[in-house]
Design a protein around this ligand. Sequence first.
Ligand code: COA
Ligand code: AMP
Length: 633
Amino acid sequence: MTSGYRQTYDRWRADPQAFWAEAAREIAWIRPPQRIFDPEGGVYGRWFPDARCNACFNALDRHVEAGRGDQAALYYDSPVAATKRAITYRELLDETATLGAVLEDLGVAAGDPVLIYMPMIPEAIVAMLACARIGAVHSVVFGGFAAKELATRIDDAEPKVVLTASCGIEPGRIVEYKPLLDLAIGLARHKPATCVVYQRPQIEAVMNGARDRDWSELVSAAKAAGKRALCADLAATDPLYILYTSGTTGAPKGVVRDIGGYLVALKWSMSAIYDVKPGETFWTGSDIGWVVGHSYIVYGPLLHGCASVLYEGKPIGTPDAGAFWRVIQDYKVAAFFTAPTALRAVRKEDPQAKLLERYDISSLRTLFLAGERADPDTVAWAQKALGVPVVDHWWQTETGWPIVANPVGLGILPIKLGSPTVPMPGYEVRVVDEAARPLPAGTMGSIVIKLPLPPGCLPTLYRQDERMRESYLTEFPGYYKTADAGFIDEDGYLTILGRTDDIINVAGHRLSTGGMEEVVASHPDVAECAVLGIKDEIKGEQPCGFLVLKAGVNRPPEEIEKEVVKLVRDKIGPVAAFKMAIVVPRLPKTRSGKILRGTIKKIADQDPWATPATIEDPQALDEIAAVLEARAR
Ligand code: COA
Ligand code: AMP
């Protein structure tokens, strides 16, 4: 079959507004858009400026009204809690409408931020949808962050209410959320009025006076009183959520998602990119704390009337490397989406994919990968083992849905290993030099997207229009800077080579080395430091800190290294996976004082390296090489 991609992309290019007007017909609007795009609105224009809608209505009520009430909306599968539960669209709607009423009773109104700090349990999705229902703006914080990171987000979002649970479950360890939340609120300037706590059976959280309310009690009381929240009538340009992501400094960026554009883009992507039909099962093995979870565990599949799998477990160890195949079999998953790192972990445990023999995964049509570079070796392994196309696609928290993909629903394009394929409608992707001049095919440069960004992408950063302009729109006038580098080949296929800023990608998690450096430098014995992402077989990259101690410090370096590792875990969280800190005599620098990060990284990665001409003292590189060599022994 020939792909309809080219024709579709050209149709978008010929008339973007007509393209999105047609896609918008798939959404149930309260007031359909009369205007499709307002170039004068917001930072770079706004989509669907006069339309009104509700995301929760489109995700739940609409399907129940259409007769899908008894179909599974969620399959909750938790090997770590030894629980499995199917939840129908009607049940999910009932729970959501009730929690929405609870939030309203707590004084939450449309436009109010609500912070959600919860593990991968159905109540977390109910929490997100309940906010969407009443027009509250949710901000989900990933459970692997430490109290200080949570405090930063509380201060930025200033939530009236926090929704949380007593704990998360990591293999071999219960992560108590409530003490972390209490600590974060203690650290934060802003004090939320109420915390609603869902008590999990694994551990009971200690409640803290009148501020803390028991989730189940509030929900039971609301049910007994027959309270249900109605879907709020909201502007398409109103915010649906804020999702914090690593910026180049310690202060995370609050990516804002507006309602209407997001609904239109996600709905389009479910059939055109992911090739799934309403009623089929879609599984994204990520976490609701990340954008991939927001878009393709929660909103995308539910908008489309799919059953979405909510998996609280790991690719390996819960109980083994066959976990993915079991879930695909048990819920007849049609499309599965995960990060390459998860496949690398599975492959390491089960290189011959022998565990696959135990399961029937014939329901699976496509495997999608994103979050980090999909190395050709892993893609080829998965393709051979699973016998289905393995589709890499590239996007960011900021865009909310794929920028570059292989649109399987339009007819799959030939797969080139190492490339996430071609730009989706809405995105005019260019590779440019420093002066924003397009570079010829095959030449590496900065990847930018011509403005305006399509529906679904961030309209701005939360309460920071100026930071939005500075971070993304100023360096390449007329374009959005992705901060990724790469090239486009003669066939229009893109290859991503890495970030142009200090962001690294550890096990598919986006982290700022600058943020880690701020923490490392705060250790009283550290004079200066550099944190770099170095190669890791499973996680892609792993942060490594190089520290120079202050003159006169004569404690054992190993002691300080351990303290620094603990400090990063305590301040940023276990998700930083910061386990390597190395004391070095000095950091190699250029004559103008810039740390030679690139060369240090090459040495640590055991890649070929040369002494840069601008180096202040070439000896400094040899010293680093010697320290690393001694460690490796
Ligand atoms: N709450 C609390 N802690 C968490 C957590 C959570 N939700 N998620 C991870 N952590 C902890 C882990 O327990 C680990 O702690 P440890 O240092 O005590 O072992 C630490 O954070 C690092 O986690 P991670 O980098 O995920 O490593 P891992 O060894 O636990 O698992 C993989 C490795 C590859 C199996 C795992 O990273 C994975 O499945 N990744 C998928 C990536 C993904 O979903 N990306 C999202 C974008 S698509
Ligand atoms: P996040 O905002 O957490 O989704 O991270 C986005 C970043 O992850 C991108 O800017 C890329 O650097 C990287 N990334 C995501 N998907 C891919 C991919 N398919 N290939 C290469 N890098 C990717």
